[in-house]
Ligand binder design. Structure first.
Ligand code: SAH
Ligand code: SF4
Ligand code: F3S
Length: 480
């Protein structure tokens, strides 16, 4: 799924082109030569393994890296046997960073045993200068570090890596450009994420994303539609439009376009069955979007609407730019207009200055909105963000508050999700059940999972399933 460039017929005698993505195709061809030499020497293809630590956008980036690796001749395999190990990192909360350091520690011995194997780090964590310093001193065996803005340059970096012993670091502070049309290797043949925009301009006071992903940039609608068309031609039935704040899509385009209008255009693509998107910022969610969702046959009955906190005072300190009342009114309007919609959210507990009373406000929101699911996070102090300089809440208080929030989420979600019992709904079959091979796992339009008897031949199909037993956040069912 990429531009029809014939990599085998690129003239490598010429200097590399300056234009993108042509330049990267040139390096892909160069890397292929290196891989044939590897094959001749070792009698096999080299193996690469990418681990994704972050969000859907991070996962989509990994698919792009994998696309390049496969095009140059790598096979994708397990970390133990890999000639090339890549960690695509996340830094939204400190525990994501700690997991990366833990895994890097494990790689130390591996690199000692196999010095010719390469290790690369990329993703959001690499945009932080303090991280680069730490890796230089504590993990000097890492071969390559690159950031979020120059991911498209992976083929060129891969080529530059050969024959080098020192650490190659290429991290950019920012970029205005969007380079596309490079190979992508999808994790699922039948569904795909699609970036519609990059970066974020919101600067919520706790959040590091705007610093590591840069300013908001929207892709041209025609490029997005063309990518969706190509995906559909390649067997995709469900797309997830990705951006940190999809509701502000298109504002900075030369010919501005709203997200709702983009959705209307995506809807028209024949053969596409389901449309999802992530993430919606409540402050920018328009009536036009609600209307489009209501009228749509393809947009899934699910809206992820992060509230973050219930107290208007905390929301203000978070720079979320809505109050508790505005959020509740919005949620109510959405539930009223689209009655079968599932609402999910993100909640942070322990933001600086948050008291037990503030947390009661969050619990009140959960009870009133009755989310189908909610991701609850303990506030993590991120260096360089405004909230890092505010007075932090003692750990014991945060823990107690977190437990209360989690309990409320679990009980209200259970109650809400159980309402679908006995209904027949269409599920996109995603995989054979991990624990029981006699079952398959399907995703309902409202994002709830259902497990039911079936086999691998159903994967990628949309089938009708009766929702028989509710188990908290998921269902057991049978095909009808
Ligand atoms: N752009 C999206 C979210 C991106 S990050 C949005 O605005 O909704 C995903 C989630 O991580 C956020 O919704 C928030 O709940 C959480 N998060 C971000 N920064 C955090 C921090 N410093 N500590 C704890 N959770 C955080
Ligand atoms: Fe972070 Fe806020 Fe941007 Fe989401 S909208 S990525 S929480 S700054
Ligand atoms: Fe995503 Fe983590 Fe980066 S949440 S945008 S991978 S910091």
């Amino acid at each position: 799924m990429y531009q029809e460039i014939d990599v085998d017929h690129i003239n490598l005698e010429l200097p590399p082109p300056l234009d993108e993505p042509d330049r990267q195709y040139y390096y892909i061809a160069k890397c292929r030569e290196q891989i044939s030499a590897f094959r001749e020497k070792n009698g096999r293809n080299p193996i690469a393994c990418i681990t994704t630590f972050g969000c859907q956008m991070n996962a989509r980036d990994s698919e792009k890296l994998e696309g390049i690796l496969k095009t140059v001749g790598y096979e994708i395999g397990e970390e133990e046997s890999a000639d090339f190990v890549i960690f695509n990192t996340c830094t939204v909360r400190d525990n994501a960073n700690q997991r990366v350091y833990g895994r890097l520690g494990e790689l130390k011995g591996y690199k000692r045993k196999h010095p010719d194997r390469k290790i690369a780090l990329c993703g959001c964590m690499m945009q932080e200068p303090s991280v680069i310093e730490k890796i230089r001193t504590s993990y000097p065996f890492v071969d390559l570090i690159f950031g979020t803005h120059n991911l498209y340059k992976f083929a060129e970096l891969l080529y530059a890596l050969q024959g080098r012993d020192d650490m190659l670091i290429d991290v950019w502070e920012g970029t205005d450009s969007i380079v596309e049309d490079l190979p992508v290797e999808r994790k699922y043949p039948f569904k795909s994420g699609i970036n519609i925009m990059f970066g974020c301009n919101n600067f919520c006071s706790y959040c590091i994303v705007p610093y590591v992903r840069g300013r908001e940039r929207s892709r041209e609608p025609e490029d997005i539609l063309e990518e969706v068309r190509r995906l559909v031609a390649d067997g995709v039935v469900e797309v997830m439009l990705l951006g940190q704040n999809v509701n502000s899509y298109g504002r900075n385009l030369k010919h501005p376009m709203s997200f709702a209008r983009l959705l209307r255009e995506v809807e028209k693509i024949e053969g596409l069955r389901r449309i999802r998107f992530m993430t919606s910022h409540p402050k920018d969610l328009s009536d036009e979007l609600i209307q489009v969702m209501k009228e749509s046959e393809k947009i899934c009955r699910h809206l992820h609407l992060p509230v973050q906190a219930g107290s208007s005072r905390i929301l203000e300190a978070m720079n979320r730019r809505y109050t508790k009342e505005q959020y509740l009114a919005l949620a109510e309007k959405i539930r009223r207009e689209i009655p079968d919609i599932a609402l999910t959210t993100d909640i942070i507990v322990g933001f600086p200055g948050e008291t037990a009373e503030d947390v009661e406000e969050t619990i009140d929101v959960i009870r009133r909105v009755q989310y189908e699911n909610a991701f609850t996070f303990i506030y993590s102090r991120r260096t360089g963000t405004p909230a890092a300089a505010m007075e932090q809440v003692p750990e014991e208080l945060v823990k107690a508050n977190f437990d209360r929030v989690l309990k409320t989420v679990q009980s209200t979600a259970r109650e809400r999700v159980s309402r679908y019992r006995g209904r027949v709904m269409d599920a996109l079959v995603e995989e054979v059940n991990e624990n029981d091979p006699a079952l398959v796992t399907g995703r309902l339009s409202n994002n709830i999972l259902v497990h039911f008897p079936g086999d691998a031949s159903l994967i990628g199909q949309i089938v009708d399933v009766s929702l028989d037993e509710c188990h908290g956040f998921y269902y057991m069912g049978h095909r009808v």
